[in-house]
Design a protein around this ligand. Sequence first.
Ligand SMILES: NC(=O)c1ccc[n+]([C@@H]2O[C@H](COP(=O)([O-])OP(=O)(O)OC[C@H]3O[C@@H](n4cnc5c(N)ncnc54)[C@H](O)[C@@H]3O)[C@@H](O)[C@H]2O)c1
Length: 322
Amino acid sequence: MRYLVTGAAGFVGSHLTDALLARGHSVIGYDNLSTGQERFLDAARRSDRLRFVRGDILDSSTLRGAMKGVDAVFHMAANADVRGGFAAPRVDLEQNTIGTFEVLEAMRDAGVMRMVFASSSVALGEPDVVPTPEDCAIPRQTSLYGAAKMAGEGLIAAYAEGYGFEGYAFRFVSLLGPRYPHGHVFDFVKQLLADPTVLRILGDGTQRKSYLHVEDCVRAMLHIAEDRRTPGTPGTFEVFHLGVPACCLVRESAAWICDEMGVSPRLEFGTGNRGWIGDSPVVFLDVRKAMSTGWAPQHSIEESVRQTVRWLLGNRWIFDRR
Ligand SMILES: NC(=O)c1ccc[n+]([C@@H]2O[C@H](COP(=O)([O-])OP(=O)(O)OC[C@H]3O[C@@H](n4cnc5c(N)ncnc54)[C@H](O)[C@@H]3O)[C@@H](O)[C@H]2O)c1
């Protein structure tokens, strides 16, 4: 198969690209390198089945050119920064909603019918039901990022209905693992490298969050949207929640990070159980639907946090880039 991966030089996209190449597929990696890192594709570039196109998903002519001969699209490109949304409200609309529309239109133009979409637990706002299943009540959005991801899901569902697309939306909790470039572990390690005596934590540390290892996330997407799909089922759109069936307190995660770095800082907490507007105090997805397909995460949250710290300590160049 020939796949187009948008956001191929990013955290998730580069792992996905590696996994698709390892399965013997050809990959067109499409990325504007706004947050992506070329060195994340070092291993992939050794394969002659990777073609990298530096392009923007909003540039419809370059995107349409790259789409020729493609069998399916993994759409990972996005503005993945949730926190900055209200300071620049156009970014999520353009990058995440209109960007997804442009990818769908380029697919329609080229006759590519299968779309795998990186959605997010953030699109659920602050749900009433925890662990949160896929069929929870339509959420009240708490961030522009979440609103844009849910709009993206809506577009894919409509393209499935109106044009016979086969769509998969995966709502991930926060991901961890090698090449991790943003999020609380990144922030904590960066702070502790600068000053190992104090760690400032957004919110009061009682937030409960689930985390998933990026390799478990990629395995789930390939298992569900490639291995277990029924080919020739046009007009389908399915949502899957991806996470581990557990969560941890932010203060527990801080303790693992400090232990892994061998530091004992004074912990300074903020007030309230939200780190910023749009931060949900509890992120815990019901992942039984994904697990009923035979997929199961292989890394615990603690293992993922500790492995991420080790990767960051061995790859300090990333702190200059992000
Ligand atoms: N990392 C997480 O914890 C997490 C959780 C839930 C959902 N997601 C989603 O997964 C996807 C990947 O996230 P990530 O963590 O790998 O982020 P990332 O920033 O590492 O990767 C995004 C990639 O997309 C590229 N990109 C951004 N805008 C683009 C544009 N307009 N045109 C072309 N390329 C563009 C960037 O250069 C980057 O390589 C995103 O859609 C994100 O919203 C991530």
